[in-house]
Each structure stands twice: as structure tokens, then as C-alpha cells.
Design a protein around this ligand. Structure first.
Ligand code: ADP
Length: 479
């Protein structure tokens, strides 16, 4: 066992008030490490340090920031194997997926290194002769970043990188289940020369650390990814403090398969979208909406492919699906499988599965004969389970796809240009996929949803400038 891993506050590694165990969901006997839980006082210290560090940091200009982000990207790439091992060990996604996620984090830092040198602005002619108008973007200030456990490298990266690129200071609070990856990233950011106070890592429970960040008067904006319930709680606190807010809260993403779809493409897209990463993605394809003519053939092919998936420890090269992240999540998934039976679905697969180690393994599941009104077709399960809904035609498919409180990602598999186009335009979702899984996005374009999935401006791509900057309009006369 190595030394405890501490919080990074104002450039110093500090212990918080107690230590929390980080255990491997593939093998509960594997204690990964002990991580320091910060207190509300630690959050206060970090927020004050961030506030004090802002003006000198901004005065150094964008090139320093661009170069810092570029160095961070290179270090992440150089250490991708080690970070990926940690990610797979603490979160449970299989090693190739974990390493790919880490490389994506590096790409995100590199992308925003470039964006730091392209901060947009405009000069616009005034309606008053002799007056010049300049519209520029300035940093928002101290930003609180609250992240979930399912992408322990990519989500912190896609919040930290734009926050730093546009000249802000940050407090990052990673999810309690995955402090190891965030701690490694924090060490890199610190060692590559980020000034004290500009980047702070405060680990610990959301109810203490996250809440203290959301309530702190010096934290001017909060970017959160997590559950709807927590997002709502944060929104209430943020409203009281009039903070800028960005929330990403999940989905119940539809994947429509029409009769004219290429069966190989459709099965591959649904297998990936529904079950890869153990279904623990807010963009997972959790509703498969199948046109009647292809339904039976598709279900037969998908069932065969699903049952051939090897569930096992994340670091075992033979595994294709890792464990569920925690005991609580596994119990929740199993309860939804029971509910699917109770609501009248035919359940294929599912259930806890044994493994070579003491982990939270679950067989993937399909809920056949689901209806759009059922809870299993409406609530986000966040596990390797997909509800299958049969429809008559394209119009019914689109209507069922849109019949959700969420609107993150929506997919269609079809050979018809007409239907693909109608779906792209008609789907009420922030992201639309044609002949591709609903999950799996590029790192340089906007990410986010509509309806109950998201609140505030989009993350990622150049669109991130909306959240991480504020606009100044300057008028000048004379000279
Ligand atoms: P999940 O169920 O996927 O873990 P949560 O919404 O519970 O999603 O957690 C997402 C992030 O929000 C985590 O970092 C968690 O610690 C944090 N969090 C939980 N409760 C609060 C809260 N009341 N205020 C701020 N952050 C919170």
C-alpha cells in the first residue's frame, strides 16, 4: 500500500479530515489506495486561492495557457498506459476502452491548447459616427467542476481543459468511486507548471465537497455531470447564488432500426451502444425501437451477439464487458430486471454472473415486448440493459423515440436517405446518429442534449467558449 493520496489546494498537497478506500469493482479484495476527503474549509481555502490567483494568471496571456495545455496533453499521452490501468482498475471498463479514454483526454487538452490562441471576438460598426465597438470574451472566474464516475479521465478533461484555456481558475471534485484517475491528472497538471491556486483538486463526498463548491460565493460558475436528482439540487443552490450553470444529466437514448437497415451495421451499433462500457454511458442505447419487419431477425442476431459477450475483470484481456461499478449500481440494475418481468417483458439474459474474482459482474439483458409507457423504457438504468419496443413504421418509430423526458442522443439504422434525413430533423435530441451507435462521440464538436438531459450551454468543441467565458462590449470615441 502506498501513501495516501491528498488534495491539491493552492499548489500544496493537503490531507482533508479523513481517508476513503478506493476498491476495484472487478475484485473487492484489491484495495487500490486511500484518498483524502476534503472538508468545506478545504473548499473555502481552494476557492480563495483560486480567486487570488486569477488576475496574475490572466495577465500572463494565452500563450502560457496554450503551452501548458500542450505539455499536459503530452504527459497524459506518455503516461496513458498507467492512467488507463488505474481507470480500468477503479471504474471497471476494460483496459482497451480505458486507455482509449485516456488518449481522448490528451486530445481534448491539445485541442483546447489550440483554442486558447483562437479566442473569438468581433469589431462591429457603431450606429454612432466616430464610435468603435469591440466585443470580446473574458474568463468567468473561479469555476467548480463536479464530475461522475463513468468517464474518470475524459469528463474531467473536457471541463478542466476549456476552463484553463479561456483563463479561468478551477476546483475539480471527482466522483468518490474514481479519485485515482483524477489524482493522476491533477499531479500532471501541477507538475507541468500550472500556477498554485489555478487548478485545485478537492476529493470527497458530493454532499460535503460538491455542495460546499456549489454554495461558495467566490465560485462563479458550476459545470456538473451526474444524475438528475443531484443536478436539480445543484441548480437550486446555484440559483440562490446566481451562478452560471451547466448540467449534463443523462439519457434514455433511442436507437431506431428500420426494415431497410443493414442488419450487420444495426446489430453492431446496438451491441456497442447498449452494452459496451457495461452500459454505463449517458449516451447508451437503452431503447431499441424496431420496425416489425426486421424485429425478429434483429432480436435473434442481437441476442446471439449479446450472449457471446465475455463478462469479466477489466484487466483480463479476454473480457469484453467489465463489472458494474459498485454494489449499489448492481443492486439497482438487478431491481430493474425484476421490474421488467413485473411490467410484462420477456427478459433475455441478465442476472448476476460469477467471475474468477469477487467483482460486481452482470450478464447483459434485453427486455423484449417493452412499451414506451413502462418504467424500464422511461427511466435511465445505467447498466447493460436495453428495452426493445416494436413499431409499425417510421412515423411511429420517431414518435416513440421522442416520447422521453430525456433528449441526449438518438440513433437510426436505415438505408433510406429520406428516413435518415427526417430523423435527423425530427429527433428531439442534442445529438443524432445515422447508422452509428448513440454512444461514441468526437472530442472536438459540441456534446449535450435537450429536455431533461442537459441545462445550459453545450460542452466540448468551440461551443465550450459560451460557458467558460463572458462577453464584454467596449465602446470608444475619440483618439
Ligand atoms: P451518480 O449517481 O452517477 O454517482 P451523482 O449525481 O450522485 O451521480 O454524482 C455525480 C457527482 O455529483 C459526483 O461527483 C458526486 O459526488 C456529486 N454530488 C453528489 N451529491 C452532490 C451535491 N448535493 N452537491 C454537489 N455535488 C454532489
Amino acid at each position: 500500500m502506498t501513501d495516501p493520496h491528498l488534495n491539491l489546494i493552492d499548489g500544496a498537497w493537503l490531507p482533508g479530515d479523513h481517508l476513503t478506500e478506493n476498491r476495484n469493482p472487478s475484485d473487492r479484495s484489491d484495495l487500490i489506495g486511500l484518498y483524502a476527503s476534503a472538508t468545506a474549509e478545504d473548499v473555502d481555502r481552494a476557492a480563495r486561492a483560486a480567486h487570488a490567483a486569477l488576475t496574475p494568471w490572466q495577465a500572463r496571456g494565452p500563450l502560457v495557457r496554450a503551452e501548458l495545455l500542450d505539455r499536459i496533453a503530452r504527459r497524459i499521452d506518455a503516461e496513458a498506459e498507467a492512467i488507463g490501468q488505474m481507470l480500468a482498475r477503479e471504474e471497471g471498463k476494460i483496459l482497451p476502452e480505458a486507455i482509449a479514454e485516456v488518449r481522448r483526454a490528451a486530445q481534448i487538452f491539445r485541442f483546447y491548447g489550440g483554442e486558447a490562441l483562437r479566442i473569438p471576438g468581433e469589431a462591429i460598426a457603431s450606429v454612432r459616427p466616430g464610435v468603435d465597438i469591440e466585443v470580446t470574451r473574458e474568463p468567468v472566474g473561479v469555476i467548480g467542476l463536479i464530475t461522475p464516475w463513468n468517464f474518470p479521465a475524459a469528463i474531467p478533461a473536457w471541463k478542466v481543459a476549456p476552463a484553463l484555456a479561456y483563463g479561468n481558475a478551477v476546483l475539480l471534485k471527482p466522483a468518490e468511486l474514481v479519485p485515482g484517475t483524477a489524482h493522476h491528472l491533477a499531479r500532471i497538471i501541477h507538475e507541468e507548471g500550472c500556477p498554485p491556486g489555478i487548478f485545485n483538486l478537492v476529493m470527497g463526498p458530493g454532499s460535503v465537497v460538491g455542495r460546499a463548491m456549489a454554495d461558495h460565493s467566490l465560485v462563479t460558475a458550476i459545470s456538473f455531470t451526474g444524475s438528475v436528482a443531484t443536478g436539480r439540487a445543484i441548480a437550486r443552490g446555484a440559483a440562490a447564488g446566481m451562478k452560471k450553470l451547466q448540467l449534463e444529466m443523462g439519457g434514455k437514448n433511442p436507437m431506431v432500426v428500420l426494415d431497410d437497415a443493414d442488419l450487420d451495421i444495426a446489430v453492431a451499433a446496438c451491441l456497442n451502444g447498449a452494452f459496451f462500457s457495461t452500459g454505463q454511458r449517458c449516451t447508451a442505447s437503452s431503447r431499441l425501437i424496431l420496425q416489425a419487419g426486421i424485429h425478429d431477425a434483429f432480436v435473434a442476431r442481437l441476442t446471439e451477439a449479446m450472449q457471446a459477450l465475455r463478462v469479466g475483470p477489466a484487466l483480463d484481456p479476454a473480457s469484453q464487458i467489465g463489472p458494474v461499478v459498485s454494489s449499489a449500481q448492481l443492486q439497482s440494475n438487478l431491481a430493474y430486471i425484476e421490474l421488467a418481468h413485473a411490467e410484462g417483458c420477456e427478459v433475455i439474459g441478465g442476472g448476476q454472473s460469477g467471475g474468477p474474482t469477487d467483482g460486481f459482474f452482470q450478464r447483459p439483458a434485453l427486455f423484449l415486448n417493452a412499451q414506451s409507457t413502462m418504467r424500464v423504457a422511461r427511466e435511465e438504468i445505467f447498466g447493460p440493459c436495453a428495452a426493445v419496443i416494436r413499431v409499425r413504421d417510421f412515423d411511429e418509430a420517431l414518435s416513440v423515440a421522442n416520447d422521453s423526458d430525456y433528449g441526449l442522443s438518438a440513433g437510426i439504422c436505415t438505408g433510406s436517405l429520406k428516413h435518415a434525413r427526417a430523423f435527423r430533423h425530427g429527433a428531439r435530441a442534442g445529438m443524432v446518429m445515422v447508422n452509428l451507435p448513440t454512444a461514441g462521440v468526437d472530442f472536438h464538436v459540441p456534446f449535450g442534449g435537450t429536455k431533461g438531459s442537459s441545462h445550459g450551454s453545450r460542452e466540448q468543441g468551440r461551443q465550450a467558449v459560451e460557458f467558460y467565458t463572458t462577453v464584454k462590449t467596449a465602446y470608444s470615441f475619440g483618439g
